[in-house]
Design a protein around this ligand. Structure first.
Ligand SMILES: Cc1ncc(COP(=O)(O)O)c(C=O)c1O
Length: 454
C-alpha cells in the first residue's frame, strides 16, 4: 500500500515559489514531503488529517509533548497581560528564569538568555576565546553544534571524504555549509568522540581556547561517552587550560534538569541549553562559571564580549521556559520517572522484537531518547557507526514506520524522542508498527509493505 500526500504536496509546492526549497530550515526537507497542521501531546496531524505518534518532536524540543497546556497558559497570560518586548532594562520574568536555572543547576552561576542553540554555541566559543586569549577550537566528528563558522563541519561525513580513523590525530575540516572562509577553517579541529589522546594531540600543536562537545552525540543517534571519557575531558581542560563547553542543546532538561552533566557528574566550564528549555518556544541559554560570564560586562571595553540581541529574553519564550521548568520540577521530578519508565518499556519491547526477528540490531537509549543501530555493537564514534551501521535498512524502516502512523525523522540514525505526554499504550502501538516496519526493511516473512509516497 502506498500512502500519498496530495494536500501536503500542494502546500509545499506553493511555499517553494517564495521560499528556497519550500522550507525555512534545510533539515526540514524530507521524503516523503509532509506538511503538518496540528500538534497535541504525543500526536501530530498532517494536512491530509492523518494522525501520527510523534517521535521526532521537532528535532526534540517537545519534551512535554506538543502544546502542553501549562506552558500554553503561561504564554497566553503574558500576551493577555500586555507584556511586550521593551528592549530596555530588565524584566521580572527573565530574572526569575535565570534564578531558576542557577538555583537548580549549581555549576551554572549566571546565564545569558538568547534565542537559538547556534547563537548560544557561538557566544560560548567567543567567550572562551576572550578569556583564554587563544583562537583554536576542538569539535567532534559526528557532533552538531549549530550553523556558524566554528562548528558547521564534520557531521555525518562520508568516510570517503574524511578519510580513515585517526587516533591520536585530527580530521580535515569538512564544511557542511558553503561560505566558511578557509582561514577560519584552520582554527577548528575535528577529532573522534571518546578519544582523549586526540585532545592532547591537538592541544600540543595549537593554542586551544575551547573544546565543545555534546556530552552524548545525539545528532547521530545516541552515541554515549565511554566510562571515564567526560571525566578525562575535565582533567585535560584543567591541565591544558582550555574551556570545556558542553553543548546540552539536545540533552539539557531532557535527561535531567541539569542535563547530562547532572547524570554524569562532570561539570563543564560553560554550558549551552536550547530546545527542551521552553518545550518548543525559541530560546537558548549560555551559562556557567561566573568569572567567565562576567566577561559579557567586562569593565575594560576591549575585553568585553558582545552579547546583544533585539529578541534576547523575549517575554513569550521566557514565560514558556519558566512554565516548562516548573513542570519539570513538579512532584520531585515525576516527569523524569515517567519517561524513564516509558523508555524502559520501549527498549525492552524493541529488544524482544529484535530477538523474534533474528536481525542484527541494538537499542541505544538514554532516558527518553533512543534509536536502533543495525550493527554488532553500539558505536563509540562516527567512524564506527559509518562503517558498520546498515543505513539503507534504517531508512526503509523509517519510511514504513511513517506510513504506519509512527513519525520518526526519515533520515538514518536520527534520534527518537519520547515525551512526557506519551503513554504506555502509545508505546505498545509503536512497537507493533515498528515490528511491521522492520519486517519490511529486512524483507522478512509476513512483511506487509506500506510505503509513504515519495
Ligand atoms: C546539540 C545541538 N547544538 C546546537 C544546535 C543548534 O541549535 P539551533 O537549531 O536552535 O540553532 C542543535 C540543533 O539541532 C543541536 O542539536
Amino acid at each position: 500500500m502506498t500512502t500519498t500526500f496530495p494536500k501536503s504536496a500542494s502546500i509545499i509546492s506553493r511555499s517553494r515559489r517564495f521560499i528556497p526549497g519550500g522550507v525555512n530550515s534545510i533539515n526540514r526537507a524530507i521524503r516523503p514531503e509532509i506538511s503538518f497542521v496540528r500538534g497535541e501531546g504525543a500526536y501530530i496531524w498532517d494536512a491530509e488529517g492523518r494522525r501520527y505518534v510523534d517521535y521526532h518532536a521537532a528535532f526534540s524540543p517537545h519534551f512535554l509533548g506538543h502544546n502542553d497546556p501549562y506552558v500554553r497558559d503561561a504564554v497566553a497570560r503574558v500576551i493577555q497581560n500586555g507584556e511586550s518586548l521593551y528592549g530596555a532594562g530588565s524584566t521580572v520574568n527573565e530574572g526569575r528564569l535565570a534564578e531558576l536555572i542557577c538555583t537548580h543547576i549549581p555549576w551554572v552561576e549566571s546565564v545569558q538568555i538568547l534565542n537559538t542553540g547556534s547563537e548560544a554555541t557561538y557566544q560560548a566559543i567567543r567567550l572562551a576565546r576572550a578569556v583564554t586569549g587563544r583562537d583554536h577550537v576542538i569539535v567532534m566528528q559526528g557532533g552538531y553544534n549549530g550553523w556558524h563558522n566554528d562548528v558547521a563541519c564534520n557531521l555525518m561525513t562520508p568516510l570517503s571524504n574524511v578519510g580513515p580513523r585517526r587516533s591520536p590525530g585530527e580530521y580535515p575540516f569538512i564544511p557542511i555549509s558553503a561560505g566558511i572562509p578557509s582561514a577560519h577553517q584552520q582554527l577548528v579541529h575535528p577529532i573522534n568522540f571518546n578519544d582523549l589522546d586526540s585532545v592532547r594531540y591537538v592541544c600540543e600543536r595549537y593554542q586551544v581556547a575551547a573544546l565543545i562537545t555534546e556530552p552524548i552525540l545525539q545528532n547521530i543517534g545516541i552515541v554515549k561517552p565511554q566510562p571515564g571519557y567526560l571525566q578525562g575531558l575535565r582533567k585535560l581542560a584543567d591541565e591544558l587550560g582550555f574551556v570545556l563547553i558542553f553543548d546540552e542543546v539536545k540533552t539539557g532538561f531532557r535527561h535531567a534538569l541539569g542535563g547530562y552533566a547532572e547524570v554524569s557528574g562532570v561539570r563543564p566550564d560553560l554550558v549551552v541549553y536550547g530546545k527542551a528549555v521552553a518545550n518548543g518556544f525559541p530560546i537558548a541559554i549560555v551559562g556557567g562559571r561566573r568569572d567567565y560570564m562576567e566577561w559579557f560586562v567586562h569593565p575594560e571595553a576591549a575585553k568585553r564580549v558582545l552579547a546583544a540581541g533585539t529578541y534576547n529574553g523575549h517575554p513569550v519564550p521566557v514565560a514558556a521556559s519558566v512554565a516548562t521548568i516548573e513542570r519539570l520540577l513538579a512532584n520531585g521530578g515525576e516527569v523524569y520517572r515517567h519517561v524513564e519508565k516509558l523508555g524502559q518499556q520501549m527498549e525492552a519491547g524493541l529488544e524482544a522484537i529484535i530477538r523474534r526477528l533474528g536481525i542484527k540490531a541494538l537499542v541505544a537509549r538514554q532516558g527518553s531518547a533512543f534509536c536502533l543501530y543495525f550493527m554488532e555493537k553500539l558505536p563509540v564514534d562516527w567512524h564506527d557507526l559509518a562503517k558498520h551501521h546498515d543505513f539503507a535498512a534504517d531508512e526503509r524502516m523509517r519510511q514504513n514506520a511513517i506510513a504506519r502512523g509512527v513519525f520518526c525523522f526519515p533520515l538514518a540514525t536520527k534520534q527518537w524522542s519520547l515525551s512526557t505526554a506519551h503513554t504506555a499504550d502509545d508505546v505498545v502501538f509503536t512497537l507493533r508498527e515498528i515490528e511491521g516496519a522492520l519486517r519490511v526493511a529486512f524483507a522478512l516473512n509476513g512483511a506487509r509493505e506500506m510505503t509513504a509516497a515519495r
